[in-house]
Design a protein around this ligand. Sequence first.
Ligand SMILES: Cc1cc2nc3c(=O)[nH]c(=O)nc-3n(C[C@H](O)[C@H](O)[C@H](O)COP(=O)(O)OP(=O)(O)OC[C@H]3O[C@@H](n4cnc5c(N)ncnc54)[C@H](O)[C@@H]3O)c2cc1C
Length: 356
Amino acid sequence: MTAKSDTPNGVSSLPYPRRPIVILGAGIIGCATARQLLQNGFQVIIVGEYLPGDQSIFYASAWAGAAWHAAGGLSEEHRYLQVVTHRHLLKMADEPESGVCMVNAREYLEEAPAKNSAIWGRTVVSNFQELVPGEFPSNFNCAWSYDCLVTDPTKHMPYLKKRIESLGGKFIRQKVSSLEELYSMFPDSRVFINASGWGSKLLRDVRDDKCYPDRGQNVFLKTSNCRTMYFRNGKEYTYVIPRPLSEGVILGGIKQPNVTSPEVDMDIARDEIARAHRLAPGIVPANPSESDLSYIVGIRPSRQGGFRLDSEHVGERTLLSAYGFGGGGYAFSYGIADTLLKMVEKAEFENVVASG
Ligand SMILES: Cc1cc2nc3c(=O)[nH]c(=O)nc-3n(C[C@H](O)[C@H](O)[C@H](O)COP(=O)(O)OP(=O)(O)OC[C@H]3O[C@@H](n4cnc5c(N)ncnc54)[C@H](O)[C@@H]3O)c2cc1C
């Protein structure tokens, strides 16, 4: 992508704007960021062991639900990252190829919303309504209905790859053992983004021991009745997430910290179907035909204390870290990408103007 331009003393004289930004990781975080950077004129190279379209359990972005759902317990800054994501997804929902769709959501709570709960999302979604008793099952404390954005990762990741390539971005399929190895592949680059998810536990010079795998397993039920999302929050955590573009719904959820088995656990699958049936009997039959079912296993790249989103100097390079998004990588994705864009611009300012 860039011609390497060395002076006689061995120091690269390549002008800063011709030095590509290098992203490690082609999940939703790396790809959303690449798109934002490319749309703002930066050159971008993405390096990843797994790329859009791949299906390893360690490539979380292939397996997400993925509903935009306001999370509870967030700081105002983190809420805003989700707000920005919602803004981008809302725009993409106009393009069916993006895999982003608007559906109706019905959320049932076992207890009244606690302080700092997910109810802040009412200021973001459209058509938010508190349901009155009689409009929701009597075993719940309260319920909401609203318009909700869902992303079908089987469509969205290939869409992003196409979009990135059409903007001039490049993908390189390669596993690296360290960030140093990445730096040596791109000696001219000055900005590197570590969006390697679970990989940050294993990279030799990162070895972030706060990272841990959090296994998820979902059921995909083929059905044309897939325009309403159901969400149960409380002691039991169950969702039915529509995938209209794939003619089905995703039934979940389960979290198994520190479990990495790729095998489908049929006890979990049966339990998810039973819970989803109780939640949405109009969509999920008690005993769906096996031919309508398939199973999803993926490892959420979680991190104790929450995700990393920060910048540091490593010699003459700027290293941005963005990983550890656990079960919320899609809901945070475009907000993270916009923040990383600002961090890359700050590095550009420091390299081009402040050092001039
Ligand atoms: C069952 C399930 C349901 C989910 N539902 C939702 C949901 O409804 N909403 C939501 O917001 N989120 C959901 N998630 C979470 C979401 O999928 C993740 O948070 C998100 O995909 C993380 O993206 P990422 O880009 O950080 O990591 P990943 O998608 O895992 O990508 C990591 C990238 O880094 C690369 N990499 C790592 N190490 C190396 C290395 N050494 N060399 C080269 N490349 C490397 C990988 O190959 C890959 O390209 C769900 C996850 C699961 C498993």
